[in-house]
Ligand binder design. Structure first.
Ligand code: ATP
Length: 357
């Protein structure tokens, strides 16, 4: 059976610049997929290609087995929601939502009942006569979403859908967006440069850089098993250090970095190989005294920041190894001790990610 969304070898060149470089991926029906990457990596260009606003230099795009590559934007079962919402200021909420339905074969009463349904879905019933300028940022976002969903697209493209909202409202709206998407079962592709947003929203994430799709996976896979230094660094905080593979012990590999380091035997390593190790901050424990645990060494604490639920530290170990670590305050023993100048870190062999192997 053909995948619901099939994006195959899509490229877009502007002169010598490859804005999108040979991108391929498939999506299942009902996925909430995020395209995540830094500014200029090609996310919006790819979205515009899918909407039909931009031609491709190469490649094809199918929805439900039908080739969309040369189909006019208005004839695609695709809609796009823009970052600035692009609501019509002179129209009411109701008129904004039903704008795209006027040129369909739906009767007036069918249009009315569809708009009522959408108003209920986005929790704006009773606000249908209001003009956009009388709405809050979150309400405008919900009108834009209802308008984008009005024609029941098979694929909805959302360009930085929450970027205009403040931090607290953004995190509440993330959950709301997921709930609406789940309720409708419409396939969503969200463009974002915010890795936390991508992790919260998505069934799967595609990380892009320099026009290329670097890694595609669930939020957990992208966070815990990044395949490149770029992905490891772009998605969440992380520390890197170099090591050489020394020998295989029973259940671990022994590596020599500034200090001996044990890593999981699951990695396929070779004695003498140089590797890059990566560690997430929450996987490193900080203690005031040595504990005798594996992968333990002394560090100087150079900086810390109190975040309420936890404290983030920057520490330096032997041979100038720099680590970022995060201690949650969920145990009284782990609460922040600002007077500490030195301490001991330890981490389990399984916490270590090996890159460039
Ligand atoms: P942002 O997060 O900042 O919106 P993005 O990942 O969406 O960035 P794109 O807007 O897709 O990036 O741009 C990708 C590259 O293509 C950039 O280098 C951009 O300057 C270039 N580009 C985009 N549109 C055009 C165009 N019409 N003509 C020439 N270059 C373009």
């Amino acid at each position: 059976m053909a995948p619901f969304i099939c994006i195959k070898d899509i490229s877009k060149k502007y002169g010598n610049l490859s804005a999108v470089d040979n991108v391929s991926f498939n999506l299942d029906k009902g996925e909430l997929f995020s395209l995540l990457g830094p500014s200029g990596c090609g996310k919006t260009t790819l979205l515009r290609i899918l909407a039909g606003f931009e031609t491709t230099t190469n490649g094809s795009f199918e929805i439900d087995g039908v080739n969309m590559t040369n189909v006019d934007p208005a004839d695609r079962p695709v809609n796009i929601m823009f970052q600035n919402y692009a609501l019509f200021p002179h129209m009411t909420v109701f008129e904004n939502i039903c704008y795209g339905l006027r040129r369909t074969s739906l009767s007036k009463s069918e249009i009315n009942s569809r708009v009522e349904e959408l108003l209920e879905l986005v929790r704006l019933s009773g606000m249908s006569k209001r003009k956009p300028k009388t709405l809050s940022g979150g309400q405008k976002q919900r009108v834009a979403l209802a308008r984008a969903l009005a024609r029941r697209p098979k694929l909805l493209l959302l360009d930085e859908p929450l970027a205009a909202l403040d931090k607290k409202l953004r995190s509440e709206t993330q959950f709301e967006l997921c709930k609406i998407q789940e309720q409708l079962g419409t396939t969503f592709i969200v463009v974002t440069h915010d890795q936390e947003e991508a992790m919260t929203l998505s069934t799967r994430i595609g990380v892009m850089n320099d026009g290329k799709l670097i890694q595609l996976g669930t939020p957990k896979e992208i966070y815990e098993q990044p395949q490149t230094t770029f992905v490891a660094d772009f998605v969440g905080e992380i520390s890197f250090f170099e090591a050489v593979v020394k020998e295989r012990k029973n259940t671990h590999w022994l590596l020599q970095a500034a200090v001996p380091i044990h890593v999981s035997s699951d990695f396929n390593l070779v004695v003498g190989q140089k590797v890059k190790l990566a560690l997430r901050p929450e996987k490193i424990m900080l203690t005031s005294k040595p504990t005798g645990k594996i992968n333990e060494f002394q560090v100087d604490i150079v900086d810390w920041a109190f975040f309420g639920a936890g404290t983030q530290y920057r520490v330096i170990g032997p041979e100038d190894v720099k680590l970022k670590l995060y201690q949650s305050h969920n145990q009284p023993s782990q609460s922040h001790v600002p007077t500490l100048k030195t301490g001991f870190v330890n981490f389990s062999p399984e916490a270590i990610i090996i890159l460039q192997r």
